[in-house]
Ligand binder design. Structure first.
Ligand code: DX5
Ligand code: ZN
Length: 219
């Protein structure tokens, strides 16, 4: 069954508590939290300290997407907060195997994200150790960008690799996931959809519950 991870950075920054309550009512499966450092990506969004408040407010698993150059610095704190999934970008570390195992040892589920230009080959030798692969379908850093077509074949490539290695990890897609792209990413092998400004957060009056129900109908 396809899972929905709602990207909280796309919510109203003055009403994040209310956003969480509405997303809970809409029965999303995960809350996608984009953490940026202004170095790996040219933007700064949610901060680590905010995750603690989110965790106190909701029981929905937090799906933390670290877009930072030195992810190692934050892992203990993330574990203390009790976040559920921590995803690091393969481009941000020379020691991907080490960091994956550190996240696991701290008791969290672990994901690896790949930028649109990063080859699937980079995760081939660690794929058995991870729970989630985020295929970036836009360049990370900003909401509201255009979908990068070439990423579809990457999703298929990861799916094949998972089958070949007999691994159960989920494939999450992040960036411009909407009515048009959803059938295509699912056909290619996606299991988790990150929903941002292209779908549930497209306007202040969007009914999240209705939007999620609609998406569930055609997935
Ligand atoms: C991009 C972020 C995404 C983004 C997705 O760096 O990781 O979570 O907010 O939202 P849209 O639908 O605006 O592309
Ligand atoms: Zn993200």
């Amino acid at each position: 069954m396809i899972k929905i991870s709602a990207s909280l950075m796309c919510g109203n920054p003055l009403k994040l508590g209310e956003e969480l309550r509405r997303l809970e009512e809409a029965k999303v499966d995960m809350i996608h939290c984009d953490i940026m450092d202004g170095v790996f990506v040219p933007n700064i969004t949610l901060g680590i300290y905010m995750l603690k408040a989110f965790k106190e407010q909701t029981k929905i698993p937090l799906d933390v997407h670290l877009m930072v150059m030195n992810p190692d610095l934050f892992l203990e704190e993330l574990a203390e907060i009790g976040v559920d999934f921590v995803t690091v970008h393969s481009e941000t570390t020379l020691h991907l195997h080490r960091i994956i195992h550190k996240i696991k040892d701290l008791g969290m589920c672990v994901g690896v994200a790949l930028n649109p230009s990063t080859p699937v080959e980079n995760i081939k030798h660690v794929i058995k150790d991870i729970d989630l692969i985020i295929i970036m379908t836009v360049n990370p850093g900003f909401a509201g960008q255009a979908f990068i077509e070439n990423t579809l074949e990457k999703i298929t490539e990861v799916k094949k690799l998972l089958e070949l290695k007999n691994v159960n990890a989920m494939i999450e897609v992040d960036g411009n996931i909407n009515k048009t792209t959803i059938p295509r990413v699912i056909n290619s092998g996606a299991d988790v959809l990150v929903l941002g400004t292209s779908s549930i957060f497209k306007g202040p009056d969007t009914d999240y519950k209705e939007e999620v129900e609609q998406i569930r109908k055609y997935t």
